[in-house]
Design a protein. Structure first.
Length: 375
């Protein structure tokens, strides 16, 4: 890796709600969505993730709306294989990529909960879902990278004479991001992903996952492992002391009435009252059981408070402390960092003003001092 290819991602939603901000019932607020996307562009983020849930706003429509209100911001659209046929998916995303002139990438989310999958009619078991994703990604990649009619006769998909006419903008490589921490996920993701997405574990455990991804990529015949992304919830203050005071206020809110409302009405991907089925959440909860604070400023009680659901570990401190923590991950081989806040819009503004410039300044300094690092 090189220091100058590190990306910083954010995440946007279509209404003002979070674990600490109670929803007023609005699902799609166009003005808020536009301001949220613009805040990321103005703040210098490279891309924004648009998440996926069975009852959420549809991601390609959100991306198209965000693209219309920004000029350069990349759009990372979470996509669940098995809901639509890959031939339709292939041209859905290339059509949007053409209209946005090369701003689209996909985050492949195979599915972590049987309950959530069945909401969309998917009854395929966990490991078999990854086998299906393997076929799905083969079809997408071929439809984007090769021309002419093609047939496919697999276990999960079969078609004859499919002839795509819409390709990625300017003949570019349309990037695949991929998430998952189970053995089945490692195998498929290491084979297909351009960027492998992980949740925010301590440096040691993250390094172990990078090693596993590297090994599986080599086994799949790749000469280079995928890029690696790690996701956090930074909690900033002007000083470390202020940040920790804010962190404890956030935790109290998550554990209180507002957080209970969020978990009951919004966070349906990980059904409450039962242990999470997905390996990523299980790993986060296991880390949290070993202690609240890890490494420089990785804080895990927020993960415990939401039952391990989603990107939930925090980096707590002043902008200088959190920037240093992010760079610790870069040093072990992380190429992409996704950050989102508990006060989503205001935090995105604060990150762009106070945090991203410090990270980029130090990346540039290290690149000048040592242009490349072997990982």
């Amino acid at each position: 890796m090189t220091y100058d290819d590190v990306e910083i991602l954010g995440m946007i939603g279509t209404a003002d709600a979070s674990e600490i901000r109670p929803s007023d019932g609005t699902v799609i607020d166009p003005d808020y969505t536009a301001r949220f996307a613009k805040a990321h562009e103005d703040g210098g983020f490279d891309r924004v993730l648009i998440g996926y849930g069975s009852g959420w706003s549809e991601g390609t429509q959100v991306a198209a709306y965000a693209a219309a209100h920004t000029e350069r911001l990349g759009l990372l659209i979470a996509h669940r294989p098995g809901v639509v046929h890959p031939t339709l998916a292939s041209r859905t995303f290339t059509t949007l990529d053409q209209f946005t002139q090369g701003r689209v990438a996909l985050n492949i989310v195979t599915g972590s909960s049987n309950v959530e999958q069945r909401r969309e009619g998917d009854y395929v078991p966990h490991d078999e879902r990854y086998a299906r994703t393997d076929e799905y990604l083969q079809i997408l990649r071929a439809s984007w990278d090769t021309q002419g009619p093609r047939d496919f006769d697999g276990t999960y998909y079969r078609f004859e004479g499919f002839t795509p006419q819409v390709f990625p903008y300017a003949d570019r490589h349309l990037e695949l991001f991929f998430g998952g921490s189970s053995p089945a996920a490692y195998g498929v993701g290491a084979k297909h992903a351009d960027t492998y997405m992980l949740w925010g574990e301590p440096l040691k455990q993250t390094g172990e996952q990078i090693a596993t991804i590297t090994e599986r990529a080599t086994a799949a015949g790749r000469t280079q492992r995928p890029r690696v992304s790690v996701s956090f919830r930074p909690i900033l203050g002007r000083t470390d002391e202020e940040a920790w005071e804010r962190a404890h206020r956030i935790l109290d809110t998550i554990n209180g009435e507002v957080g209970a409302q969020f978990k009951q009405k919004v966070n349906k991907l990980h059904p409450q009252g039962s242990a999470p089925e997905n390996a990523g959440s299980q790993r986060l909860l296991a880390v949290a059981e070993t202690g609240d604070l890890h490494d420089r400023c990785l804080w895990t009680p927020t993960t415990t408070a939401v039952g391990g659901g989603g990107n939930s570990t925090a980096l707590v401190g002043s902008p200088e402390t959190v920037a240093a923590a992010i760079l610790d991950y870069v040093e072990i081989g992380v190429n992409t960092v996704l950050i989102r806040g508990y006060d989503p819009l205001q935090d995105a503004i604060d990150y762009g003003r106070d945090l991203l410039p410090l990270v980029r300044q130090e990346l540039a300094h290290r690149a000048a001092a040592r242009p490349s690092v072997a990982v």
